[in-house]
Design a protein around this ligand. Structure first.
Ligand SMILES: [Zn+2]
Ligand SMILES: [Zn+2]
Length: 188
């Protein structure tokens, strides 16, 4: 049984999507054959100022991941639960201009930053369905990393690497056969 906790890091751009997101995340994983439970954390866990880089106007992913995990640990969350934080924020990692998300399998925690998943970010009209679809794919992708998967060369597979929203749009929210088999091997 894979247990997951979905933690909102902002209210804006996140809260209204969380229940639907949880259902699709669970669906994508169930199709691989693993048993899964997912909960939405009831409070918004705003990332600390120390993780914000004022020059870049971005949050350092690794810093936020450590914060989220230690906060939940203090709140009594078991180490065997996977944690995924989601925020309408922009994030980066050392050596990269930005990241859509990041996973640290060592502490079973991942993040998805959603500002760059919005059409408005690129000067287009809002498209809430498109934003939601991108959000689901990125969350499933990061959870895939937490469950032991690396990137996949199958362009339609949710584990294919995306460096732009065009690439996010090109993939599905599903694991390819090979990735699904690997998830079962590693998590049953
Ligand atoms: Zn990845
Ligand atoms: Zn794959």
């Amino acid at each position: 049984m894979v247990k997951m906790i979905i933690v909102p890091l902002t209210s804006y751009g996140v809260l209204e999507y969380l229940d639907a997101l949880r259902d699709l995340l669970v669906d994508s994983l169930k199709r691989t054959g693993v048993k899964v439970e997912a909960y939405v954390w009831s409070e918004v866990l705003k990332p600390p100022v120390k993780c914000f880089n004022w020059e870049r106007k971005q949050y350092l992913a690794r810093c936020v991941i450590d914060h989220v995990r230690s906060y939940l640990q203090l709140a009594g969350v078991n180490e065997d639960s996977i944690v995924i934080g989601i925020g309408y924020l922009d994030g980066y990692e050392e050596g990269l201009n930005f990241v859509f998300g990041e996973a640290v399998p060592g502490n079973s925690t991942a993040l998805v930053f959603t500002r760059r998943l919005r059409q408005e970010y690129y000067g287009f009209q809002p498209d809430f369905n498109l934003y939601f679809n991108r959000l689901v794919k990125e969350v499933v992708h990061e959870v895939g990393h937490l469950l032991g998967l690396n990137h996949c060369s199958n362009q339609g597979c949710v584990m294919s690497f995306s460096n732009s929203v065009v690439e996010v749009d090109a993939k599905s929210r599903f694991f390819c056969k090979e990735c699904a088999r690997r998830i079962r091997e590693l998590n049953i």
